[in-house]
Design a binder for this molecule. Structure first.
Ligand code: G4F
Length: 326
């Protein structure tokens, strides 16, 4: 057991909540950066942290303000910093490129700079993304695959990746990039396709809705379980040397397959409920993402355990349970 201190940005999100639970289980003192509005509306904004809220130390700060980041790093003096916060919804990044780039790039830069100045021994994790590969030249993608991002979100993640690597190389910071492929769970936000599907299935089953409207059904993603992916983040910061790692299952499935399986799990035929809406298609799509996590398996000993079909079923079951229909 450790008595280390960790600081998490994005602690209120899916990954932040699982990572907090994991770190508490390892004996860490866990701090989180949250927006002031979250502290003022805990019922809603801190809902994923409900079970562990009393064991966390939350600090109001904004990734848009260097002064507030500086204050938190100075106060907390973390041993490990997990930078998960971002505008992370790819679709939204097409509507507002400027705020996506500003928040995601400056937020990462502010944090790296504050860590370098005030806590240079702190180990730093940056949440990179498979969206950095975008229109990838090769399948599957690994740490050597060139980036070709297709959205301002993807571009902001490439910038964050480069900043993190540069702080490692230029200033000797122990800084790692995780290149995580899509990871889901019952805690996923409702705007992402997997949760939109599973909550939609539950609503149809409960008689609260009659159809599910989606965009591109043929896009393929490598979907894993978020609870396992946060263990990969932690493992990256426990190595003798900092490095960058792909975390993925190595299996990909289309959105259509996800839909089919989710409906079939509750005995429904998806073709009776599914509609498509051209408005939900993206101006530039990433058609096929499939990760090669062999480096993480070899060096970190990380491997995924939850199978695609089990992930879909768990998400549908949880959404049905929330509506009181199972
Ligand atoms: O669930 P999505 O919105 O996730 P996306 O764009 O792959 O990004 C997620 O994973 C990344 C890791 O690779 C993260 F970096 C990122 O922050 C985020 O967590 O969309 C998945 C696919 C896309 O191809 C999209 O076009 O589903 C397709 N899709 C089809 N209909 C839809 C819909 N996506 C959404 N959100 N809503 C739809 O109605």
């Amino acid at each position: 057991m450790s008595s280390k201190c960790a600081l998490i940005t994005g602690i209120t999100g899916q990954d932040g909540s699982y990572l907090s639970e994991w770190l508490l289980g390892q004996g860490y003192e866990v701090h989180g950066i949250v927006r002031r509005v979250a502290l003022e509306d805990p019922e809603h904004r801190l809902s994923r942290l409900k079970a562990i809220r009393g064991r966390l130390k939350l600090h109001a700060a904004s990734l848009e303000s260097y002064a507030s980041i500086h204050r938190v790093i100075h106060e907390v003096q973390p041993d490990e910093c997990y930078h998960l916060a971002a505008q992370s919804f790819v679709s939204y990044s097409f509507d507002d490129e400027f705020s996506t780039l500003n928040t995601n790039i400056n937020g990462t830069h502010f944090l790296l700079s504050a860590v370098k100045t005030l806590a240079p021994q702190c180990r730093f994790y940056f949440a990179g993304s498979s969206e950095m590969f975008g229109m990838a030249e090769t399948v599957p993608q690994n740490e050597s695959t060139p980036f070709h991002p297709r959205s301002s979100y993807g571009i902001s993640k490439v910038a964050g990746f480069d900043l993190t690597r540069n702080y490692r190389e230029a200033y000797g910071l122990y800084a790692c990039n995780g290149i995580l492929f899509n990871h889901e769970s019952p805690r996923r936000g409702f705007e992402f396709v997997t949760r939109k599907i599973t909550s939609g299935v539950a609503a149809i089953l409960a008689g609260k809705s009659t159809q599910l409207s989606l965009g591109n059904l043929e896009a393929q993603r490598d979907w894993g379980h978020a609870r396992e992916y946060v263990e990969g983040m932690w493992l990256m910061l426990q190595q003798p040397q900092p490095d960058d790692y792909v975390i993925a299952t190595g299996e990909c499935h289309s959105v259509r397959e996800f839909v089919e399986l989710a409906f079939a799990h509750v005995g429904l035929d998806y073709t009776r409920y599914l509609t498509t809406d051209p408005e939900l298609h993206r101006p530039a799509e990433v058609n096929l993402l499939k990760g090669d996590a062999s480096k993480a398996r070899k060096v970190l000993g990380w491997t995924h355990r939850v199978k695609f079909a089990d992930l879909v079923r768990e998400m549908v079951d949880e959404d049905c349970r929330a509506l009181g229909i199972i």
